[in-house]
Design a protein around this ligand. Structure first.
Ligand code: ADP
Length: 477
């Protein structure tokens, strides 16, 4: 099958979260199954700069093309390359004004930027490159305009009329809203949805409504979003789509995330040869300004600092840990996001500088060392579509402490590969952290069993890629 991935993020070119990892890795396994997979993403500032200074190996497309938005032809350029280590083609839609910006998201005109990108991606592939996919696989609200356009205006154009769509929800919390003018911009006609207020367009709802099939990134999250608690107002629409909504667990790029080859580690190790892992802990402690001590439990968190990630439970638990209620501990935080959470950790770091290190940045080089040097990995999420942090942590031998929600419930097994609590409360989280540190301090044998159980789990894409293949087949008919 010819499958086109359209996404705002693709690892390693532009990453904000798990979306990038998925789109950067799933195509590889689909290609192994024999499919013709291609990827399109925007040419953000750093992509164009990377081309200019030679750090990103891509070529400008020999032609420009005109995309019709808002009734005018907008001249658009592009680049082409391959996903690193593969021959899977990736294309970058270039438009200085809309896409050539330093950040991926966060601009007031984001809905316009991604509407333009979505329409331009289809135009680029089908008309400029003369490659018509059987399936457009769109990801999150940013590329839902492509789904909506194909289901409306696209149906009247024979070049596009037969293209089928899969819409994957990576995070239902972000909707992508604009006013009705966005449909003039995209040059399509449709009716309003019950989920939309007067004069409002909600692209998450549109993607769900207009796609041939919808999936999300874990079976548990697929069930949760059909309920009022997890549905962010779209549960009715999702229930209406019913059997066309499914959950497929994300895999991990096991070549990128491999402690036996990871260059960012001080010492490489595997489940069979675990001893060198200690060196990573010592190196990490020294690097973060914590006392170098193999025996003190080192708890880590690498995350966007967003309420979704359970940050509201962290304050009391971290405070009690730092006050010594579980004996000596060390804490390493890597993440950035909502200012109030950064402030909270900044204050902890000021008050307990020898026990906690907090770095408020995106550090692709430091993250592997934290996974490979810490003892426990905290993910007390309020909701979690799939979560990659816990998968990487298990693979790197840092035992996850998670709340049983979404993909966390599907991937971490209580007392076997990690420690799991149900209720979203400080008390439940605290009791579980207490239990984990107690086992760490008193029962090295059990600790190692849980740790190595996690390291042995198969989190590769192979199974999930076959599930996606079956889903594409059911759509293509
Ligand atoms: P989400 O997609 O909701 O952010 P996931 O757990 O699915 O959460 O994916 C997060 C990914 O981003 C993981 O690979 C994690 O290691 C990485 N990550 C998050 N914050 C940082 C950071 N500050 N520095 C480096 N990597 C980070």
């Amino acid at each position: 099958m010819k499958i086109l991935f359209i996404s705002a993020e693709v690892f390693p070119f532009a990453k904000r979260g798990g979306l990038a990892d998925v789109v950067g890795s799933l195509p590889k396994d689909l290609a192994k199954l024999g499919h013709d997979v291609r990827v399109v993403m925007p040419a953000y500032n750093q992509i164009e700069q990377g081309y200019a200074d030679g750090s990103i190996d891509i070529d400008p497309l020999p032609v420009t093309f005109d995309v019709q938005v808002d009734g005018i032809q907008t001249e658009t350029g592009g680049f082409s390359g391959t996903l690193p280590g593969t021959d899977i083609p990736i294309y970058f839609v270039a438009n200085q004004m809309l896409l050539g910006r330093p950040e991926i998201y966060g601009y007031p005109d984001d809905v316009y930027r991604f509407s333009f990108f979505s329409k331009a991606s289809l135009h680029l592939m089908v008309e400029t490159l003369d490659w018509t996919p059987d399936i457009v696989h769109a990801h999150d609200w940013h590329t839902a305009p492509a789904v909506t356009w194909l289901a409306t205006a696209g149906k009247t154009d024979p070049k596009y009329a037969n293209i089928k769509t899969l819409f994957t929800i990576h995070n239902l919390a972000h909707h992508g809203k604009a006013n009705w003018h966005i449909f003039n911009y995209l040059q399509l006609h449709t009716h309003s949805l019950e989920e939309e207020a007067y004069d409002e367009v909600n692209f998450m709802a549109r993607g769900i409504y207009h796609a041939n099939k919808v999936n999300t990134v874990s079976p548990t999250y697929a069930r949760e979003i059909m309920t009022q608690t997890g549905g962010t107002g779209l549960d009715g629409l999702l229930r209406y789509k019913g059997a066309d909504v499914s959950g497929i667990l994300n895999g991990l790029d096991t070549e990128v995330w491999d402690p036996s080859t990871d260059k960012n580690l001080k010492a490489r190790y595997s489940v069979k040869k675990l001893a060198p892992r200690k060196k990573n802990k010592a190196h990490l402690q020294a690097k973060l300004g914590l006392a170098v001590n193999p025996d003190v439990p080192l708890l880590a968190m690498i995350s966007r600092l967003d309420y979704q990630k359970g940050l509201d439970l962290m304050g009391e638990v971290v405070y009690r840990l730092l006050e010594g209620e579980c004996g000596p501990v060390q804490i390493a935080l890597l993440g950035s996001g909502q200012p109030e959470y950064e402030m909270m950790f900044r204050q902890f770091a000021r008050r307990y500088p020898d026990k906690i290190s907090a770095e408020f940045a995106y550090r692709a080089d430091l993250a592997p060392l934290i996974y490979g040097g810490s003892d426990m990995f905290l993910m007390p999420s309020l909701f979690e579509p799939c979560g990659l942090g816990q998968l990487i942590a298990m693979r790197y031998g840092s035992i996850p402490i998670v709340r049983a929600t979404g993909g966390l419930a599907d991937t971490v097994i209580e007392n076997e590969t990690g420690f799991v609590f149900d209720e979203y409360s400080t008390n439940s989280f605290w009791l579980t952290v207490q239990k984990a540190t107690y086992i760490y301090n008193t029962d090295k044998k059990q600790w190692k069993t849980v740790q190595t159980n996690g390291m042995k789990q198969d989190f590769s894409w192979s199974q999930s890629a076959s599930q996606y293949e079956r889903l594409y087949q059911s759509i293509a008919g």
